[in-house]
Write a protein that binds this ligand. Structure first.
Ligand code: AHM
Ligand code: MG
Length: 350
């Protein structure tokens, strides 16, 4: 139950917030608003499943591997199917694509075709599922670029710059949904009793002073010279290109990018998953441009931060394939730019 002392005039539900934003676009048809609401609903359903964890006997491996060659957990499949099913019949989408599926996901001919394109990572950080550690979901929404008929692969392979909206949910101690539709970044916390997302973090801005760096330091031996020195710089042990040292910042690494990203968005910092110089599978890093990089890059930029693959803004990269991987640096602008500088100087990368 909501606390009786709360001023109800100030309670902003996610629906009310979406509608308010829609009103500042007189040309808006309301379809995007409805689509965002569909996403919030999918998030609520997934949150209810993740919070039940082992109780619902949904943990454990299914014995199959996904397109990335990783083991698929039951909860991943559930989230994947849930998002598709909640969105395939609404008439708002032309096509979908999921990190768990090899090809684009067409809309059945039984249903009307819409004008938007939805890409999603149904459960990010799935290696953490069995340990009751925070995981998340990421959504990317584009306008279709094909003229008519069923949506195409080309509709899904757009630069992040074309994003209309992006959102993630983090299933942590509480469930939060954070989104941007190009008018700032806003965060909502799920009230599990009322079953509604309430606005708790309006207009999120990356704090100017970063607190954290987030990277899997266990892979240090696979890093390039530039990444190694950049990390030392973050620890306060290496000067930047101008000979300046910074005060060391704390390392925090959960291993669920959404959760690591979320903490750094609110606390300030940089998350990076660099290229691996030894493992041929990860020479472009591990994370996926379309499902993870681009949507979080859009959110960061809207919050005053930036992103890079080491030399270029993630939003400017044209994906060639749905599951393309990319090295990723994301967070406070000065730290991301300093990472680029180290890479330029020590790894001769332009
Ligand atoms: P996933 O989408 O299959 O869960 O993989 C992505 C995850 C990210 O959430 C996280 O940042 C990264 O993989 C962790 O990888 P590692 O264990 O190599 O540090
Ligand atoms: Mg992922």
């Amino acid at each position: 139950m909501l606390n009786q002392t709360i001023d109800h005039d100030k309670i902003n539900t996610i629906e009310r917030h979406f509608l308010d934003e829609q009103q500042s676009h007189p040309e808006a048809t309301g379809i995007l608003t409805s689509l965002l609401y569909d996403i919030a609903l999918a998030g609520k359903v997934i949150a209810s499943q993740t919070s039940r964890g082992g109780l619902a006997e949904i943990l454990g491996k299914t014995g199959t591997t996904n397109i990335q060659g990783e083991e698929v957990m039951k909860l991943d499949e559930l989230a994947d199917r849930m998002i598709y099913r909640l969105n395939d019949h609404t008439g708002r989408l032309a096509v979908m694509a999921s990190e768990e599926q090899e090809d684009i996901l067409p809309i059945s001919t039984r249903y009307p075709i819409g004008k938007y394109v939805l890409l999603y990572d149904p459960l990010d950080g799935s290696s953490n599922i069995n340990y009751n550690v925070s995981i998340g979901t990421i959504f990317a929404i584009y306008n279709r670029i094909s003229e008519n008929g069923p949506g195409t692969l080309e509709d899904c392979l757009q630069k992040g710059r074309n994003l209309v909206a992006a959102s993630y949910l983090v299933y942590g101690a509480s469930t939060m949904l954070v989104y941007t539709a190009g008018m700032g970044v806003h965060g909502f916390t799920l009230d599990p009793i009322v079953g509604e997302f309430l606005l708790t973090h309006p207009n999120i801005r990356v704090p100017e002073k970063p607190k954290y760096y987030s990277v899997n330091q266990g892979y240090e031996k696979y890093w390039s010279e530039g990444i190694r020195r950049f990390t030392k710089y973050l620890q306060g042990d290496e000067p930047d290109a101008y000979g300046n040292y910074r005060k060391g910042i704390s390392l925090r690494y959960i291993g669920s990018m959404v959760a690591d990203f979320h903490r750094n968005l609110l606390g300030g910092g940089v998350f990076y998953y660099p290229a691996d110089t030894k493992d041929p599978r990860y020479t472009s890093g591990k994370l996926r441009l379309c499902y993870e990089g681009a949507p979080l890059a859009f959110i960061t930029e809207q919050a005053g931060g930036t992103s890079s693959n080491g030399s270029q803004n993630l939003l400017d990269l044209q994906p060639d394939s749905l599951h393309q991987r990319t090295p990723m640096f994301i967070g406070n602008r000065d730290l991301v730019e300093t990472a680029e500088e180290f890479i330029r100087i020590y790894d001769n990368q332009e």
